[in-house]
Design a protein around this ligand. Sequence first.
Ligand code: WQD
Length: 350
Amino acid sequence: MAEAFEILVTGGAGFIGSHLVIALAESGYRPVVFDDFSNSSPSVIGRLERILERQVAVETGDVRDPAALRRVFARHQFGAVAHLAGRKAVAESVSDPLLYYGVNFGGTVSLCEVMAEFGVRRLLFSSSATVYGAASVMPITEDAPLRPANPYGRSKLMVEQLLADLASAARAGPRPWRIAALRYFNPVGAHESGLIGEEPAGEPDNLVPYLAQVAIGRRPALKVFGNRYVTRDGTGVRDYIHVADLVEGHVAALRQLLAGTAGEYRAWNLGSGLGASVLEVVAAFERATGCQIPLQVVAERPGDVAECWADPRRAERELGWRARRSLDDMMTDVWRWQQRQRDEERRCDE
Ligand code: WQD
């Protein structure tokens, strides 16, 4: 029975984590947020409680701190952990690799040690399509070569290898680990209430939050990083997935872990299976919002690949899950969220 289970959500105040808290609660679980708020705002918690109309348990701490983790595990009875706390900016990982290996890999080691101490061996891990690097065959299946091209992607792959080793070592033990590595493609969108969404600090790296800031007039134009790729219209193609679909994929995987029907370790692509170019995303945004987005074509961004999109059939087959929301749905929800943020900023300025 879902209600019996508390689920620890590390990074639960972040963009994906906050949406996962909603999805877990609405599926009958009891999520507990664990966050150090280094890349998220405490105000998210009040908005989560507004959406859920109930209190949300919050524990503050750093996933690299075993003592903080032990205090939290001693206070709760977790059925599983959803591990989303981590650093995720490619460019930052190149300039500060130690931070990325320390938080993403070291943090997972600390977490798994404490999980083992408390006998909690069901784990959802937030992985990323960057473990594939510049994949040559589209769409990308889970069996594609794993050749990450930056410290961020390498830190995620190292965690996957750690978790696979942990699961196989425990296979013969009294209670095996059951671990799901969920490889995110490009999560975008926001909760339909407009109360939570992506809040990048400073200038957004990613396309959709930047696009939304152009639409509200915070940025003069969208820089299009190259239009001479060998793609439909020359601009980069990615697999955008609504954050609501993404977290529904987590709940589907969690059900399998808790039911014991999942294997010890398995990776699933969480993508829509559809590729969309930069210009197609802009067109969808303009359709959804009625805004005209000024564009400025500039040089390709170092490290970018021409195209990257998922083959999501393993998750569909094995988890009974597939992404349902369209690109227009994503843009409509992003716009509602962005407008709400702008209105709140205006209220603050008054
Ligand atoms: C998408 C497309 C750009 C910004 C990154 C991380 C990945 C994951 C998702 C964590 C590309 C183009 C972008 C802009 C543009 N994060 N673009 N102008 O690079 O596919 O993936 O975010 O897991 O790990 O690598 O996403 O949104 O940055 O770029 O033209 O201002 O939009 O060239 O084609 P990306 P993105």
